[in-house]
Design a protein around this ligand. Structure first.
Ligand code: NAD
Ligand code: TDX
Length: 335
């Protein structure tokens, strides 16, 4: 089987490729990634030499660059490529529109022209918008995105839907909750907490810190995506969640405790505009129809993640200097 992974040098894509190379060694994996600030080829340097893996640098929105991959034939495409950070989308939505919407459209068009067995669009629970204290998102919940990021992902989901309904293209959309684990870029909350705490820097908590997220270990998401490739149906949406809700404040305190750092590092800062209050996802369909469920306990996975960052200071220190530092100062320094 030949699988085209787009955005495979990012956080989830990296973990997914490592998972597939280990679990499905006969699959041929092609990774196409633009290597934006979030893409890091260093992540995949340790792939074993037997791995049937190749990398190409390019943009999913560039049709002439992408076309030869489809001409040569692909069985499965899994699209991770995206601009993925909500705060960046608030500062500048343009790359989100170009990659997340126009890029997905290019992939769908090429898949329609050349044919494909499965097209998996990796989406997010954020397309459903925000919940108050009760209830969970099901696959039937209305799409109600609140940030330019989530609106761009919801747009792509709807274009995917239309390609199934109109052209019978076998597109499956997955919507996962907040991932955490090794190789996550330290602009995202969990690695930001860990790395700032290690450096003795303040931990910026938006608003009152009572916003709730459902956290899932990235390996559980990767296992779910492998299951969708093997058993998922075209035209379907599958929610993937960790069933593990925590307020941001609870989460920071847990990590500070694991690191033996004081709560005095917590610094409440200006809230994110349009900040969704709560996400909670019902993944009963994944369990009922495809037999998937999470395999990792949150506490164990958080410990593994904290230890990974403690053992990889060079990896994140290289990232946290330079261009990223400029972004950090601009965003957190705003009034
Ligand atoms: P990430 O930002 O770490 O990685 C994105 C990757 O896409 C990077 O390697 C980047 O270089 C690449 N990329 C960006 N624009 C591209 C383009 N035009 N062409 C080719 N490559 C491009 O993101 P992530 O956290 O790994 O998320 C991966 C996917 O999963 C995204 O689609 C995101 O919306 C979705 N998702 C993420 C989470 C989460 O918690 N991180 C949860 C649910 C869904
Ligand atoms: O400095 C911070 N302080 C803070 O309080 C940051 C970066 C975040 N937060 C809060 C905002 C959120 O309530 O923590 C929560 C998590 O924030 P992020 O890590 O930015 O994740 P989120 O906005 O929930 O989106 C993530 O999950 C869904 C991913 O970035 C998306 O790509 C994915 O679709």
């Amino acid at each position: 089987m030949k699988i085209l992974v787009t955005g495979g040098a990012g956080f989830i894509g990296t973990n997914f490729i490592k998972h597939i190379v280990a679990e499905q060694p006969v699959w041929e994996v092609i990774n196409v990634d633009k290597l934006t600030y979030a893409g890091n080829l260093e992540n995949l340097m340790d792939l074993n030499e037997q791995a049937k893996y190749t990398f190409y640098r390019g943009d999913i929105a560039d049709k002439s660059f992408m076309e030869p991959f489809f001409q040569r034939g692909i069985d499965v495409l899994i699209n991770f490529a995206a601009e993925s950070h909500v705060d960046r989308s608030i500062q500048d939505a343009e790359p989100f529109i170009k990659t997340n919407i126009a890029g997905t459209y290019v992939l769908l068009e090429l898949a329609r022209s050349y044919g494909i067995k499965k097209f998996i669009q990796v989406s997010t629970d954020e397309v459903y918008g925000s919940l108050e204290s009760e209830g969970k998102f099901s696959e039937e919940s209305p799409l109600c995105p609140n940030s330019p990021y989530s609106a761009s992902k919801a747009s792509a989901d709807l274009i995917c839907r239309s390609y199934y309904e109109t052209y019978n293209l076998p597109v499956t959309v997955t919507r996962c909750s907040n991932n955490f684990g090794p190789y996550q870029f330290p602009e995202k909350f969990i690695p930001l907490i860990i790395t700032n705490a290690v450096e003795g820097k303040a931990i910026p908590v938006y608003g009152d810190g009572l916003n709730v997220r459902d956290w899932i270990y990235v390996n559980d998401h990767c296992r779910a995506l492998e299951t969708v490739i093997l058993k998922g149906l075209g035209g379907e949406v599958y929610n993937i969640g960790g069933n593990n809700e925590l307020s941001n404040l609870e989460l920071v305190k847990k990590i500070l405790y694991l690191l033996g750092k004081p709560d005095t590092l917590i610094q409440f800062v200006k809230d994110r505009p349009g900040h969704d209050q709560r996400y909670a996802i019902d993944s009963a369909k994944m369990t009922r129809e495809l037999g998937w469920q999470t395999a990792y306990s949150f506490e164990d996975a958080l410990m593994v993640t904290v230890n990974w960052y403690l053992k990889q200071p060079d990896w994140w220190k290289r990232i946290k200097t330079g261009v990223y530092q400029d972004y950090y100062n601009k965003w957190y320094g705003r009034v």
